[in-house]
Design a protein around this ligand. Structure first.
Ligand code: PLP
Length: 363
């Protein structure tokens, strides 16, 4: 297939988003060897810049060479084994995926359910078990467009390790791993970081590292071995697997782009774009799905009006405007739309385009 016939879509779904131009340009740079000193410098800087977007000083902060789900696997496989109790908050698809992953690691999972469209409640998690090894929650539930208060969970975690999914929150909304008590966090590149899918920004603090599972059943995601990959002992980088060089260079460029704008400014830009979209959709008569007060600016969930065919509208937007928006998830597949304004797409022009296109599409 001739790649030039691929359409240039406006990716306003739940991810991937359109990448920052700098991240795309970096994919075309000459390929370096994965042990080339120049690449090692780029990887070092990438880890440093990831510390900034995680708001952490954790030495063990790195881009895992796989997508966000591998970040989730790495988080659990290194922290829970047979008999360990994991309290897991479920208010959408990705909390449910955590339950599946932790169960496969042999953990005794205590699942705490919350209505989809609402945030998780820290007190309910605290009451679920007296002494869990891990408490896990999704910061920004992509399936429902809801933000949960991770700092509140950090405040009640006691001796447990706090494991957090920041796939859709990182570099989009306020995220403070150290201040909030996050011990293990994973993310993805394809949402607000504005880089193509393929890497999982990951962070783990000393407390969690010391209590990790030795020799976990996953060789590839064994964090004990990955320290050498990112050169934990300076100048002693060891081969673990071939780094996805082009993707790391792209992430490096995307992070530089974000930090040049300033993380606070990037958060404010996402906040403003999301609010404009929420307001505009409501002015057009739409009802939002996520509970008021917990709505993500970077991912808006909208109820499909009665009598409107969800798939037809999405097809119309794609065909006539090159716009992709997402369907709902699970039982909301046909009754909710998910609209993302992430990374470079979080701007007023995207909002205006979306509101006009949706208005035309439902007529
Ligand atoms: N967690 C959340 C909140 C997500 O939104 C996603 C993907 O959309 C994942 C985990 C899984 O990431 P990936 O699809 O990159 O494997």
């Amino acid at each position: 297939m001739n790649p030039s016939i691929i359409h240039e879509r406006k990716l306003f779904g739940p991810g991937p988003t359109n990448p920052y131009a700098e991240a795309t340009a970096a994919l075309g740079l000459p390929l370096l060897g994965h042990l080339d000193p120049e690449f090692i410098r780029i990887l070092d800087e990438t880890c440093e810049d990831l510390r900034t977007v995680w708001s952490t000083s954790n030495a063990r902060t790195l881009p895992l060479s796989a997508t966000g789900s591998a970040g989730m696997e790495a988080a659990f496989v290194n922290s829970v084994g047979p008999g360990d109790v994991a309290v897991i908050a479920v208010n959408g698809l990705f909390g449910q995926r955590m339950v599946d992953v932790a169960g496969r690691c042999g953990a005794e999972v205590v699942q705490v359910d919350f209505e989809w469209g609402t945030p998780v409640d820290a007190d309910a998690l605290a009451a679920a078990h007296p002494s869990p090894k891990v408490i896990a929650a999704v910061h920004a539930e992509t399936s429902t467009g809801v933000r949960s208060d991770i700092a509140a969970i950090g405040a009640i975690k006691g001796d447990a390790l706090l494991l957090t999914d920041a796939v859709t929150s990182i570099a989009g909304i306020e995220l403070r791993a150290d201040d909030w008590g996050i011990d293990i966090g994973y993310a993805g590149t394809q949402k607000c970081i504005g880089v193509a899918p393929g890497l999982a920004p990951f962070t783990i603090n000393d407390r969690a590292f010391e209590r990790r599972i030795e020799n976990p059943q996953s060789w590839y995601l064994d964090l004990g071995m990955l320290g050498g990959y990112v050169g934990e002992a300076k100048g002693k980088r060891t081969y673990h697997h071939t780094a996805p060089v082009a993707m790391v260079c792209s992430l490096h460029a995307g992070l530089k782009r974000i930090l040049a704008e300033g993380l606070d400014n990037v958060w404010a830009r996402h906040e403003a774009a999301g609010k404009a979209l929420h307001d505009g959709l409501q002015e057009q008569g739409f009802e939002l799905f996520a509970q008021e007060g917990s709505r993500l600016p970077e991912l808006t969930t909208v109820k499909v009006p009665d009598g409107v065919d969800s798939a037809k509208v999405r097809g119309y937007l794609l065909e006539n405007f090159e716009i992709e928006i997402g369907a709902g998830v699970g039982k909301y597949a046909d009754t909710v739309w998910r609209i993302g304004l992430m990374g470079p797409n979080a701007n007023p022009a995207s909002v205006t385009l979306l509101l006009g296109a949706i208005d035309e599409a439902i007529k």
